[in-house]
Design a protein around this ligand. Sequence first.
Ligand SMILES: C[S@@+](CC[C@H](N)C(=O)[O-])C[C@H]1O[C@@H](n2cnc3c(N)ncnc32)[C@H](O)[C@@H]1O
Length: 215
Amino acid sequence: MYYEGGYLPFVNCEIRVRSRLPYLFNKFQVIQVLTILLDCGMMYGMNEIIINRTWAMPNKWTFKVKPIYELIIRYATDGVGWADPFAGQSNIAEYRNDLNPEHNQPYSMEAVEFMESLDVPLQGVIFDPPYSLTQVSRSYKDFGLNFKSKENPTGGFPKVKDEISRLVVVGGYVISFGWNTVGMGKGRGFDIVEILIVSHGGNRNDTLCTVEKKP
Ligand SMILES: C[S@@+](CC[C@H](N)C(=O)[O-])C[C@H]1O[C@@H](n2cnc3c(N)ncnc32)[C@H](O)[C@@H]1O
């Protein structure tokens, strides 16, 4: 954070404060007050989130976008102990599944059934489902399936998330992709540690990559 050239190292995003406070206090007093407020926020459960934005060409296969691939590898390294229930054509995670058998993953089940079938502690999960109702319908129509599984595919796959929450170890990560940063959420006991915004130019939606940790 910058305040008239001041720098607070524990906040990643740049915020320029343009207020009337300088007329009441000098800039060092303002920085002190902001520091105390931020410290209080952290004590009461706010955690530091790294937020970055970059640009990259879009790709139908999310993980072929370079900055996205690099983000995943930074957390998942060799993918051992990681699961990917919507793997598409990716082979990063050790435990992989995709509904479409043409993607040649070890399993081609409904994501929720795949996660229910796992009974191993997971170091992390890559969560990259279809991002919209249109993408969901396309996935199902491709295989002539109806929306009659246990999961509600249009509601953010909550049952898949519940299974992920069951299996991820304390200290483990979930990296979610989509057009929002909902992720696993506080309700399932996860904290956001990093968000990467990938802009693709034109009027395309950004890809939002949300990294959460089970503390
Ligand atoms: C956004 S793509 C994932 C792409 C992958 N991350 C990659 O970069 O190669 C979503 C994938 O989920 C699969 N899918 C859609 N509905 C599914 C479901 N209910 N269960 C499992 N896989 C599903 C689709 O076949 C598609 O490959």
